[in-house]
Structures are given as C-alpha cells and as structure tokens.
Write a protein that binds this ligand. Structure first.
Ligand code: UD1
Length: 358
C-alpha cells in the first residue's frame, strides 16, 4: 500500500506507482491533504497516474487534526486490507500520519518503506524536518537519495542495513520525463515570455510565508527583481492566503502572479527560465535536473550537492541579498550546466523492495 496526499508526493511517486502496480497487489491511498484541482488532480492527469483506491478527507484542517484524520483513515484501511508493506514519501503530515498508523499495526505491516529518507535541514522548528526524522525512526527501509545523507540517519541510531542509497531522487525522473513532452514555444507564448529572458519564483513554506515580516521582505525582493526581468510567480494557496491576510502587495510592472500551475507548464517554464527562486525542495531538484540556476530563498537546505556544484545559491530571506543574487544572474551570460543523473532510480528502488520482502 502506498499513501500520498500532497502535490510533491504525487509528482515524486509518479515513476514508482506504475512499477508497484505491475509488481505487487498494490493499493494507492490519497490522504486528501491537497484537494484543489490545481494542487491535486491536474498532476494525476498530466503524469498519467491511475486513480487512488481510497481517498480520505483531511484537507484544510489544522496540522494535528489533519495528522489525526489521516492516521484514523489509514488505520481503518490497514485493518480492512492487511497490507504487508506500506510506502510513504518525504516529509509531509501525510507521510508522518501514514507511517505512524502503519507502525501501530505490525501484526499486518512487515515493512514500512520511506522514500526520500535521511535528508536533513537540521532545523527542527520546520514541521517537515521533524516529520522526516520521526518517519525515519519508524521505517524498515530508508531510501536515501545521496551517499552524503547516509551519515544523518546513522547519527540518529538507524542501523546501516536498513539504508539503501538511490544515487538520485525520483523527482529527477519525473522532471526530465515531463520536460521532454513540454512544448516550450507554446508554454512561453502562453505566459508571454521569451526563453532565457524571464525568471520564475515560488515560495510557500511555513517559515517563509507565515510571518508578515519575512513574507513582505520576500515580496519586496520580487517587486524589485521584476524591474530587472519579467517574473512569473505561481502562488501556492498558503501564500495567497497569507498575502491577503497580511495586506501585503505583490506587484510590479513585469511581475505575473498566477494560480498554481500544472507540471507540464512548470517544467516547460523551468527549462526556459534564466533562473528560478524558490523555497521548495522539489523545485531545487527539478531546476538542477534541467540545468537552470536556482536561488534558494532559505537559510538552510537539504539539497547541499547543488550548492557545492555552484548551480544553486542559498540567499537567505533578506530582501537586499535576494535582489543582489538575482542581479548577478541577470548580468551574467546564462550558462546551462546540467548535473549528471543516474538512470533507473525507480527501478533500483523497486528491486530493493522486492529483495527486502522475499
Ligand atoms: C504541505 C507540506 C509541505 C509541502 C507542501 C507542498 C506539511 C507539513 N507540509 O504544505 O512540506 O512542501 O505541502 O505544497 O505537510 N490548500 C488549498 N488547496 C489545496 C491544498 C492546500 O487551498 O489543494 C490550503 C489549505 O487549505 C491550507 C493551506 O493551503 O490552508 C496549506 O495546506 P497544507 O496541506 O496545510 O500545507 P502546505 O502548506 O500545502
């Protein structure tokens, strides 16, 4: 049984779900955490995913309530269906709730499988960091994207024989596959931009948008940057809510705030953008896969390999620093330098699971 429920889980699990379907008697459960068509069903359609077998209701609830609702729902399904393995992905409330529900039913669940385990921001005030640490403790198999993250899990007392390093994240497969079918000219035309002469930005993490000071600082940076280059900003529902609640202005003559966009448009824009600015983990990896420089609007990141390669830069959240870094990328001749991506990441995950369950 696989439990997903948010936009990044749908995208990042999309290469694995068909593989699980063909190998196992496999149930797909949607937690309902994300529910708007633009945050949910558009990705099922574009990534050609089959419908979930169960859909729970948990969207829009406060975090503990949401986690509880997903735990209760997943528990019921486990009791009815008796899955021998439960797979979760990443670091969301869905991930934590499903892993905990599975851990309470060891009479059925022999393996809790955690994909994108082991990566750390080392900032436990972030809900995602704590979710990931806790799920790693409950998991029997940890699929860790890169070798340098193995140490994080070992330091937390996880035995080495539970760890499987995948040498890449499944999101790289999703991004490359989707970018290859995206019609760049049509997508750039739809947003009235020309290749390499625009930037794209997203910010939605609680630590970026839940504080009026931080959010208004980021928005001010976006306004200033849009004087230098056309700037598309797909707005996550959380960001849009906070901007209107706090009465913040996100304006600029060449600034285009748009509702959340689908994956084909996103990868199409990303591969043509001069650079992107983001606090999202997934987008950092997608940008790297497509050779687009990224400014990471955070004080720390789990994805340090792209910083080391120089493709990405950590800007922090100060307006002046963000604008200075953007200016550097605008003034500089654009250079696209894709990272090396190992093929068959999902297939190697599947093989490891089959071996583990033998
Ligand atoms: C969640 C994840 C975050 C991930 C993000 C991707 C946790 C702790 N956080 O944050 O790690 O990066 O998803 O998007 O699980 N909303 C809608 N429609 C939707 C989804 C959400 O309107 O389809 C609204 C909700 O009602 C809520 C807000 O957006 O008010 C936040 O949604 P929530 O699921 O609580 O967390 P995210 O901020 O999306």
């Amino acid at each position: 049984m696989t439990v997903i429920g948010t936009r990044p889980e749908i995208i990042k699990m999309s290469p694995l779900i068909p593989l699980f379907d063909s190998e196992f008697s496999h149930l797909l459960v949607h937690s309902g955490q994300h529910y708007s068509p633009s945050m949910d069903s558009v990705f099922f359609e574009e990534l050609k995913l089959r419908k979930p077998d169960y859909v729970l209701e948990s969207g829009g609830l406060p975090p503990a309530d949401q986690t509880g609702a997903i735990m209760r729902g997943v528990e019921k399904i486990i009791l009815a269906e008796k899955p021998s393995a439960v797979t979760v992905h990443g670091d969301t409330n869905t991930t934590l709730a499903a892993a905990l529900a599975a851990a309470k039913h060891r009479e059925h669940v022999k393996a809790i499988i955690h994909i994108e385990a082991g990566v750390r921001s080392f900032n436990r005030t972030q809900p995602e960091e704590l979710n990931r640490v806790l799920v790693d403790q409950a998991a029997d198999i940890l699929f860790i994207p890169y070798e340098h993250d193995r140490e994080n899990a070992l330091r937390e007392g996880i035995p080495d024989n539970r760890i499987f390093v995948t040498n890449g994240n499944t999101v790289l497969e999703s991004a490359i596959r989707t970018a290859s079918i995206a019609d760049s000219a049509a997508i750039c035309g739809k947003y009235s931009v020309t290749p390499r002469n625009f930037a794209i930005a997203t910010f939605h993490r609680q630590e970026s948008v839940d504080s009026p000071e931080i959010l208004s600082g980021i928005c001010r940076a976006m306004t200033e940057i849009s004087d230098l280059i056309p700037l598309i900003i797909p707005l996550h529902p959380r960001t849009e809510k906070r901007i209107s609640e706090f009465g913040i202005k996100l304006e600029g003559s060449r600034l285009m705030p748009v509702p959340p966009i689908g994956y084909i448009d996103m990868t199409g824009l990303l591969q043509n953008a001069r650079f992107c600015m983001t606090d999202s983990g997934g987008l950092q990896e997608e940008a790297a896969a497509l050779g687009t420089p990224a400014l990471v609007l955070r004080n720390e990141t789990e994805h340090i390999r792209y910083l080391k390669s120089g493709l990405h830069r950590l800007t922090g959240i100060q307006t002046e620093t963000i604008v200075r870094e953007a200016r550097r990328l605008i003034d500089k001749k654009p250079d696209t330098q894709s990272i090396e991506i190992k093929s068959g990441i999902s297939v190697s995950i599947l093989e490891a699971i089959v071996n583990f369950l033998k």
